[in-house]
Design a protein around this ligand. Structure first.
Ligand code: ADP
Ligand code: ADP
Length: 237
């Protein structure tokens, strides 16, 4: 599903965000990337859907090079990748339903979004996504009326409505309390298992990583210092 071949990312200030990364992530894996602040977790995740350009090497998504893809080809690869962020990135004053529908292709730029005219099929898809994260009853509420945990569930539903093959989550529980953290991680795990959805999740908390991941990749100064089963990961990873 994802392959890194000799990938390095050197920032303009000379810092190695990533240093010669070689690895493969298979379909259906639940991979957690761990490491201290500055270890390269965000750089790693942002490289996968090319939110920035890598300096060396090549990244493949389903055997297609996202590094070399241009225009429509890049757009098609990205369409298969759902994103979840630490701060949810919802449109606060919009309804939950509209936020989820914005995950559907082509909505951002169309009049439909403004007028609220959504095809039935898309609404059904959005409701199904909201059911998967256990908040179908919140569909018509404004996003900013929800708790942090619920907002993160909306952003997971938005990613699902996109019908991706792969979900990337950058510190999805870093702004949540322990109870909401559990709920959001449970949702991600359930989606991984029920839909065989590949998940790559950045976490700075090794305990949560051990609890949920099949596989943990430990980063330190842009290098892989651990790659293995979750229960074999030491605190060093
Ligand atoms: P996190 O540790 O949660 O990944 P950071 O505080 O390291 O977040 O970074 C926040 C933002 O600042 C990111 O967009 C990152 O790209 C940018 N950033 C981090 N370090 C530097 C730096 N040394 N110079 C410029 N930008 C940086
Ligand atoms: P993490 O997500 O693990 O906290 P990052 O990927 O944000 O780590 O950062 C990895 C390294 O790259 C850090 O040393 C950070 O300061 C540096 N870095 C991140 N973003 C930038 C940037 N935009 N410009 C310069 N350096 C950056």
């Amino acid at each position: 599903m994802i392959a890194f071949k000799h990938v390095s990312k050197i920032y303009p200030n000379g810092i190695h965000g990533l240093h010669n990364i070689n690895l493969h992530i298979g379909e259906g894996e639940f991979v957690v990337i761990v490491g201290l602040s500055g270890a390269g977790k965000s750089t790693f995740l942002q490289s996968i859907n090319r939110l920035h350009e890598i300096s060396e090497g090549e990244i493949f998504i389903n055997n297609k090079s996202i590094t070399k893809a241009k225009g429509n080809e890049l757009y098609r690869i990205r369409r298969d990748i759902g994103m979840i962020f630490q701060n949810f990135n919802l449109v606060h004053r919009s309804t939950v339903m509209r936020n989820v529908l914005s995950g559907r292709v082509g909505y951002h730029s169309t009049l439909r979004m403004i007028l609220g005219l959504f095809p039935k099929k898309d609404k059904q898809l959005a409701m199904e996504a909201l059911r998967r994260v256990n908040i179908p009853e919140k569909a018509s509420m404004r996003a900013d009326q929800l708790s942090g945990g619920q907002q993160q569930r909306v952003s997971i539903a938005r990613a699902l409505a996109q019908e991706p093959k792969l979900i990337l989550a950058d510190e999805p529980v870093a702004s949540l309390d322990p109870m909401m953290t559990g709920q959001v991680m449970d949702d991600l795990l359930r989606i991984n298992q029920e839909l065989n959805m590949t998940m790559v999740v950045n976490l700075h908390d090794i305990e949560i990583a051990r609890k949920y991941a099949n596989r943990i990749i430990g980063l330190k100064a842009g290098k892989v210092v651990f790659d293995g089963k979750a229960d074999e990961a030491t605190d060093e990873a």
